[in-house]
Design a protein around this ligand. Structure first.
Ligand code: PLP
Length: 397
């Protein structure tokens, strides 16, 4: 290995760059997870999490990656053979479907072209057809990390209500929480699934379920086998700031600090910052004459942008050139998008100059790899950044 000077640009759509404040917090001596100091920290964390999920309901923390929290959402609320409605918006929706099927649920997977979110009208139509209310849950990925398309969670809630259907509403916010506006209570979500390694600016290793009263009620009669993921023991212990088993103490130090940072910036400012950087990125992509994968502007993701490669050019070759020349990692194309797209992560601990460096690396990489494009993407992004920084209502992030 040869030393490379300067900091690596980790611009995949998660895990994201971990800020120094969080790294320093994690770097403290591990404490007794049954002692008084831990209990105090635990209570502060559970309170802080509620504001990030925009909920008054409990939020459960698992020492697991996001996939674990997917499983927890399903096994706590459903029974073998239950019908579940899912939408194939991209790679991650496909994986959630695979898990649900393995767990013995009966999934109806509605296909899409992987360039958009879930159509709220399709949800309403599917639920209206189900007069016997056999569908027990509707599962939606808020921000499809593989495509850079979001689903309109509030509008889908309205569709479920318009159909007069009692299905539970389960939402994956693994790459949207603390980056894109998300309202667990207002949007009537029953279980929100999230992970630590994206908008929360932590390393991978923690994941979350935000609950509703309806989800808690469903968990009393749900029959899928569960032990480790079970909410009941978790919630009983969490009341005093503790956990039923050994928690990931040092990651929790990091979470404690990250929640303080998000509160200091203000959640609405965090969302506005992500929206502004996403818009600047899209302007760069258009100026390069490349195509954004998401085809529905109102569903553009503010945490990442997936960029389509011109025909005959391999996205992974471009990523390799950029990694070798500029020490920057970009997201690969997943599933059926392999080789066809690269993904620019613009979420988490991120500012104007991080974006400037990221887009400069992409533009130079396009040139170096011989990918047909127009110059000027970086300038188009800069113009948006400076214009929007001048707007009187905006504090520069
Ligand atoms: C939207 C979404 N869902 C689920 C997952 C799976 O989470 P994990 O890899 O943390 O298990 C990811 C991971 O990137 C994701 O982006």
């Amino acid at each position: 290995m040869t030393h490379r000077s300067g900091r690596h640009f980790l611009q995949i759509p998660g895990p994201t760059n971990v800020p120094d404040r969080v790294l320093r917090a994690i770097d403290n001596a591990t404490m007794d997870h049954r002692g008084p100091e831990f209990g105090r920290m635990g209570l502060e964390i559970f309170e802080g999490l509620k504001s990030v999920f925009q909920t008054k309901q409990p939020v459960v923390i698992y020492p697991a990656s996001g996939t674990g929290a997917w499983e927890a959402a399903l096994v706590n609320t459903l029974s073998p053979g239950d019908r579940v409605l899912m939408f194939e918006t991209g790679h991650f929706a496909t994986l959630w479907n695979k898990m649900a099927t393995r767990l013995g649920l009966s999934v109806e997977l509605v296909p899409t072209d992987w360039r958009r979110g879930v159509d709220p009208a399709a949800v309403e139509a599917k639920l209206k057809e189900d007069r016997a209310h056999a569908i027990k849950a509707v599962c939606v990925v808020h921000n499809e990390t593989s495509t850079g398309a979001t689903s309109r969670i509030g509008a889908i809630r309205k569709s479920i209500d318009a159909a007069g259907h009692p299905a539970l509403y389960l939402v994956d916010t693994i790459s949207s929480l603390a980056s894109i506006d998300y309202r667990h209570d207002e949007w009537g979500v029953d279980v929100t699934v999230a992970g630590s390694q994206k908008g929360l600016m932590l390393p991978p290793g923690l994941s979350f379920n935000a609950l509703s009263d309806k989800a808690l009620k469903a968990s009393q009669s749900a029959k899928l086998p569960r032990s480790y993921w079970s909410w009941d023991e978790m919630l009983a212990n969490n009341k005093t700031g503790y956990f039923p088993y050994t928690p990931a103490t040092n990651l929790l130090y990091g979470l404690h600090e990250a929640l303080k940072m998000l509160a200091e910036e203000g959640l609405q400012n965090v969302f506005a910052r992500h929206a502004r950087h996403a818009e600047a990125t899209r302007r760069a992509v258009r100026a390069w004459s490349l195509e954004i994968l998401c085809s529905v502007p109102e569903e553009y993701s503010n945490s990442l942008t997936a960029v389509m490669m011109p025909a005959g050019h391999d996205a992974d070759r471009l990523r390799k050139v950029i990694l070798e020349a500029y020490d920057m990692s970009l997201g690969t194309g997943l599933g059926r998008l392999a080789g066809k797209v690269f993904r620019i992560g613009h979420l988490g601990d991120f500012n104007d100059l991080t974006l400037a460096g990221t887009l400069a690396g992409v533009e130079m990489g396009l040139e170096l790899a011989g990918v047909p494009h127009k110059k000027g993407g970086v300038l188009a992004a800069f113009e948006h950044l400076t214009e929007s920084a001048r707007a009187p209502s905006r504090k520069v992030a």
